[in-house]
Design a binder for this molecule. Structure first.
Ligand SMILES: Cc1cc2nc3c(=O)[nH]c(=O)nc-3n(C[C@H](O)[C@H](O)[C@H](O)COP(=O)(O)O)c2cc1C
Length: 181
């Protein structure tokens, strides 16, 4: 049965990429600020790679990129309200800039969503007026890759059937166990 939960987790995560309107299309990413405080923000899940890592797109100058370069560790959380399924994933983060993954995904955004990466000033800079945003031809794009080390599964169903499990990546594969909910 634990294998069913594991399969369900990956199935729903993949649906987040493939099915429009699927609640796993977006998640909250938590990272550690230099001050030691935690910061969270929503991100769209863009791809699950052949190595079962998760890719996200962002502006290379964003605060999250600065934070993730200093503390290359993050946690994302998804919730599916109909299934009442929470999936939380933590692991190491790699920020891709000017490498093969970056080049492949830069092609995806060119001509479509360049507006998200071409402001003259970096995202998060204070401005007096919201229309004071100048764009340039320069793309400040980067790909965030989350390499999962642990995946937590929680399905909220009427007691006593609440289901909680954790999957931990090991050298041999995934170690899977139920937990007390
Ligand atoms: C539904 C939703 C999806 C979002 N998707 C992304 C995304 O894919 N990439 C991104 O950089 N920001 C995305 N954002 C904006 C981020 O939540 C955040 O406000 C922004 O990236 C700045 O974060 P930072 O200052 O921590 O770097 C999204 C926001 C929402 C509400």
């Amino acid at each position: 049965m634990i294998n069913d939960l594991f399969s369900e987790t990956w199935k729903e995560l993949k649906c987040g990429i493939e099915d429009s309107g699927h609640p796993f299309k977006v998640c909250a990413l938590a990272s550690l600020e230099e001050s030691g405080k935690i910061k969270q923000r929503m991100l769209r899940l863009r791809k699950i790679t052949h190595n079962d890592t998760f890719l996200f797109y962002t502006d290379a100058r964003s605060f999250k990129v600065q934070q993730l370069k200093l503390n290359p560790y993050g946690s994302v959380i998804f919730y599916h309200p109909l299934l009442q399924l929470q999936v939380s994933i933590c692991g190491k983060v790699v920020v891709h800039e000017q490498d093969e993954i970056y080049e492949d995904h830069k092609l995806e955004i060119e001509g479509r969503s360049v507006q998200d990466y071409n402001t003259k000033s970096p995202p998060g800079k204070k401005i007096k007026n919201p229309i004071d945003v100048t764009r340039t031809r320069e793309l400040h794009f980067s790909v965030i890759e989350l390499i999962p080390e642990q995946i937590d599964y929680l399905k909220l169903r009427a007691e006593p059937n609440r289901l909680r499990a954790t999957f931990t990546k090991t050298e041999e594969g995934w170690d899977k166990t139920f937990l007390v909910p």
